[in-house]
Design a binder for this molecule. Structure first.
Ligand SMILES: [Zn+2]
Length: 115
């Protein structure tokens, strides 16, 4: 997965992604922006369309669920994270999740892992 490409693509067209605060935390200085959420959704929907479950080998559902989380352990490193959840289409519907955090002005995407 070319995560660096997505970060570069965003910077090329949008500059800093820190301009628009999300409705999830409109008053907060440290919150994921609408662009952060959009990029996260696009990234993981692309990943789930081209990847398979690590437990059963089935494909994933197309839709992913996102949730902004503000109770991270170390706010100096990451004041927030975006939790990503999806399930495979196998009969056991294995849950996979990942986190997205801000890192040095960009987004850091973790790979989906079974949970
Ligand atoms: Zn599975």
């Amino acid at each position: 997965m070319e995560w660096m490409f997505i970060e570069a693509y965003c910077a090329m067209f949008y500059g800093s992604s820190r301009s628009t605060k999300t409705e999830l935390n409109p008053g907060g200085e440290s919150a994921p922006t609408e662009i952060d959420l959009w990029l996260t959704r696009q990234t993981y929907e692309f990943a789930t369309a081209h990847d398979t479950c690590t437990k059963c080998g089935a494909g994933f559902r197309r839709k992913v669920s996102l949730a902004a989380v503000f109770d991270v352990r170390d706010e100096s490193v990451a004041p927030w994270r975006i939790g990503v959840d999806t399930r495979c289409r196998g009969w056991r519907r294995h849950r996979h999740s990942a986190s997205v955090t801000e890192s040095r002005g960009g987004l850091r995407f973790e790979p989906l892992r079974p949970g």
